[in-house]
Design a protein around this ligand. Structure first.
Ligand code: NAD
Length: 463
């Protein structure tokens, strides 16, 4: 581990030595780098990325294009369009008491950054934040997840071909690699992963007072009230939940539905899932697999635990260990102490829980940690507003899910247990920047009442 330690320390020292050169680049120079990255993702490496993700967890090519390639390209295009204005000095008013001076702030790069990414959307969640880091003028060491090794390998090749390692470097490896990197005094850490590991990252960061962005997870609720268009809701939820086989941080984790419309909703959801994946989902080319045996076993254990506590499997339920396959599964009557209702599910299992009143649904959500996303399906403005006003969440979509992620004008991130800080567009740029305030005195004179001796006259002025 000492060797590792030295390698990373050397890399860190090289980036630190280079940070002003990178930090003082113009917007045009940064845009040139973003264009190179865009070209690599969009053309040169597109097929390799698709194949790697298929090899890692049978992710369908179309899904890779929609959820890995296009979001990164979109983030790059957006940054290119706006970078000049983001980097501009921001002039602010100066109060009368400071007459003779002017004031502004600038977004200066944080410096040497660490980017730790997860496996579930490995390209999107590595290169997405990287775009913001480059736009803000930082150097970056990237540690992708060890759970999608084929994709990490392709990304390592891309980064090595596109950048000098004293500017951007990608290191592959197991958790120990992250642990070693976390010992270094980075200027900023951008971490995407679980709340459990987020706490480890924050503790390590505290040793150096390193700032952090934590993009975490949790249980994102979906409320469906009695006024909702059930067919439309079922179609969107069947997509948002089973996309990536449910391994999406903002996927609906569980449904809270008004009890009178539950049966009808289950029926339309069943029909929708059949339309998406046929009656034999294992043969569908539109469904990824669970990422590995460890997660497959974890999900099967959730299912068995719920069934042993008298839950009802409404849809699906088939599993195949040789392929890490879990059929899109919908389950109701889940006991409150079942692990399905306690832990983040992160897989293709959707519990449905009924409620009688909106107040009851809100109370249930607020009895848990603040979620990364909260979804509402309703035609009632009153219900929607009541839910939003009386809950807290990183983001919300009304009569839709997941798509809030794709609007670059919206900040993306959680709150408390689901995260700290925001990503995407200008918010990502700001996250990787320090807002540096500048006050410039223009006249030769100064504000005399500040200086001793504090005479009666000065006291009168202050009064
Ligand atoms: P994870 O927390 O297990 O791992 C994330 C990264 O941290 C990986 O690169 C891993 O190597 C590293 N890591 C793991 N254990 C570590 C340790 N002890 N010390 C240092 N580094 C360590 O998460 P995951 O399984 O890759 O991803 C799933 C989680 O991520 C879910 O909770 C999901 O909701 C969340 N997530 C959040 C977002 C978001 O944008 N908010 C996006 C995707 C996933």
């Amino acid at each position: 581990m000492n060797d590792l330690n030295n390698t990373y320390a050397d890399l860190f020292i090289a980036q630190k030595a280079n940070r002003f050169a990178i930090g003082n680049t113009t917007y045009k120079e940064r845009i040139a780098k973003l264009i190179a990255l865009k070209k690599a993702v969009e053309f040169t490496y597109k097929d390799k990325i698709r194949q790697a993700l298929f090899d890692d967890f049978k992710k369908p090519f179309t899904e890779t294009d929609l959820t890995e390639i296009y979001p990164v390209i979109g983030e790059i295009k957006f940054a290119i369009r706006h970078l000049k204005s983001w980097m501009k000095r921001q002039k602010v008013d100066t109060p009368l008491a400071l007459t003779g001076s002017s004031s502004w702030y600038v977004y200066e790069p944080k410096g040497v950054c660490l980017l730790i990414s997860p496996w579930n959307f490995p390209v999107n969640l590595t290169f997405g934040p990287l775009v913001s880091a480059i736009a803000a003028g930082n150097t970056v060491i990237i540690k992708p997840s060890e759970m999608t090794p084929n994709t990490s390998k392709v990304m390592a090749e891309m980064v090595a071909n596109l950048f000098n390692e004293n500017e951007i470097a990608l290191v592959e490896g197991e958790v120990e690699v992250s642990q070693e990197l976390l010992k270094l005094p980075f200027n900023h850490i951008f971490f995407t992963g679980s709340p459990q590991v987020g706490k480890i990252v924050m503790q390590a960061a505290a040793k150096h007072l390193t700032s952090v962005t934590l993009e975490l997870g949790g249980k994102s609720p979906t409320i469906i009230d009695e006024t909702a268009n059930l067919k439309a809701a079922a179609r969107k939820i069947a997509w948002g939940k089973f996309l990536n086989s449910g391994q999406t941080c903002i996927a609906p984790d569980y449904i809270l539905i008004q009890e009178e419309v539950k049966e009808e909703f289950v029926a339309v959801l069943r029909a929708q899932l059949k339309a998406f994946f046929t009656t034999d989902a294992s043969a569908s080319h539109s469904l990824s697999r669970v990422v590995n045996t460890k997660h497959f076993k974890r999900l099967v254990a959730h299912l068995e635990d719920a069934i042993s506590k008298n839950a009802t499997v409404e849809i699906g339920g088939k599993t195949a260990s040789e392929d890490n396959f879990i059929e899109p599964t919908v389950i109701s009557n889940v006991a409150e102490n079942a692990s399905l209702l306690q832990d983040e599910i992160f897989g293709p299992i959707l519990p449905i829980k009924t409620y009688k009143t909106i107040v009851e649904a809100i109370g249930y959500i607020n009895s848990k940690e603040k979620p990364l996303a909260l979804y509402v399906y309703s035609k009632s403005k009153k219900n929607t507003n009541t839910i939003i006003k009386n809950t807290r969440a990183g983001s919300t979509a009304i009569n839709n899910n997941v798509l809030q992620y794709t609007n670059h004008n919206l900040p993306f991130g959680g709150t408390n247990n689901s995260g700290i800080g925001k990503a995407h567009g200008v918010f990502g740029f700001q996250e990787f920047s320090n807002m540096r305030s500048v006050l410039k005195q223009h006249t030769k004179g100064s504000i005399e009442f500040l200086f001793p001796p504090y005479t009666h006259l000065k006291q009168k002025f202050v009064d």
